[in-house]
Design a protein around this ligand. Sequence first.
Ligand code: PHE
Length: 458
Amino acid sequence: MSTGRGSFTNRLGFIAAAAGSAVGLGNIWRFPYEVGNNGGAAFVVIYLCCAFLLCFPIMVSEIAIGRRTTLNPYGAFTTLSSKRWGIIGVVGVLCGFMILSFYNVVAGWAFGYFLHMVAGDFDVAKDFVGYTTDFWDNLFFSMTFMVATALIVSGGVQKGIEKWSKILMPALVAILVFLIIYALTLNNAWSGIEFYLIPKFDQISARTVYTALSQAFFSLSLGMGALITYGSYVSKNENIVSSAAIVTLSDTTVAFLAGMMIFPLVFFQGLQPSAGPGLVFVTLPGVFETMGPVMGPLIGGAFFLLLCFAALTSTVSLLEVPVAYAVDERKWPRKKAVWVLATIIFIIGLPSMFSTGAVDFFTNFIRYGGSTHDFLSVVSDVFSDALLPLGGFMISIFTAYRWKTLNLSEELAMGYPGYKGSFIEMFINVMISFVCPLIIGSVFIITVLQKFIGITIF
Ligand code: PHE
C-alpha cells in the first residue's frame, strides 16, 4: 500500500479531525433553524434516530473502507472491487470540490462578520445583502479562508489536519459554553428554550423525517468519502466502532447546544425564530447590536469566531478529499495538489459569491421545482441535498452486496476483539444491508422529485 501519505498519531487525533469535519456550519447555522421550523423537540428526537440508527452504520462503513485500503475514495472502491464501482468515489471527490466551493463563501461571510464585529464597525443597517454583495470585501474574506484551509491541509495529516483540529475543537467548545451561559442569563431566555424544546407534534409529518435525514447526512459529513479519506489514515489497532460513536455523539451534542445558545438570543429581543437560513446572518447581528458598545462586539465577535472555527475544520476535510485523490492517483506532491485544487475550487466558488444580489444572472440563476434559485442554492441542492444521500445509499449497497458484511466485520474486529458475534455487529449488518438502503434510497428519490421536479409528496 502507499506509504508516506500520512496517518493520525492516535485515536484522539482521528476523533478530533473527524469531529472537526462533522461539526461545522451545518450544526451552528442550519440545525437550529431546522429545529425551529420543524416541530422543536419532536424534530430533535427524529434527528437523533436518523443520526444513530441510519447514519452511524454508514459512518462505520466509510471509515472501515478507508482503513482497509489506505486510499482515497476512488482508489478505495476500485481496489475493493472494479473500476465501475470507482464512480462512487469519483462522485464523492466531485462533491468535496463543489460543496467546498460554496461552503467557503459562507465561511467567508462569517469571517467578514467576525472582523467587522471586533473592529466595532458592524452596521446592522447595511444588512445581509449589503455585506454579502460587497465585492472586494467578500473576495478578500473568502480568499483568506481558502488560504487558511490550504495552509492547514498542506501541513499534512499529522502536522496540519490533526494538529489544528486539536486546537480548534476545544476552543470551539469553550466559546460555545461561554455563549450558552451568557445567553441563558438574558431576559426571555426561557421562552427561547421552550420554543426550541417543547415538542410540537402537529408539525411532524413525513417531511420532517426527510429533512432530518438530509440534515444528518450533511452534518455528519457522510456520503462523499470524507470519512473514507480520514479512515485511510487510521491505524489497524484502533476501534472504529467506538470512535465513530464518539464522533456521532460529539456532532449531535454540538448541534443541540448551538440551539441552546441561539434561541435565547433570538427571544431576548422578541424576534422571530423562524427566519430560516437568515437566522444567523440577519437576525442575530440585530440582537448583538442591542447589547451595547461593549457586550455587542464581544458576544457578536465570539459568536462569529465560533462559526469560523467550526467551518475551518470542515473546509479542511472537504479539501482533503480531492487532495488525497490527486496524491494517490495522480502522484502529485501534497503541496502542489493543495494549492492547485484550492485555486480551482475558489474560482468555481465565485458565482456562489455573486448569488446574493451582486450579479443578477447568478442571483436568479435557474427555475425548478416551482421557484427560482440562486447559484449557491443550486450547487447546495445538487451536491449536498441530493448527492450525499445518493452516496450514502451506494456506500451501503456496496458494503453489503459487493464488499460483503463478512469483510466489514473482519476489518472492524481489528481493534475491537469482541466485535464478531456481538449485538452491535448484528445491528450494523442488518442496518447496512436492509434498513439503510431502503430508507436512504427513498429519501434520495423523494428529494429529487420534490426539489427538482416539483412533485409534492408530503
Ligand atoms: N459536516 C459539515 C457541517 O456540518 C459539512 C461537511 C459535509 C463537511 C460533507 C465535509 C463533508 O458543516
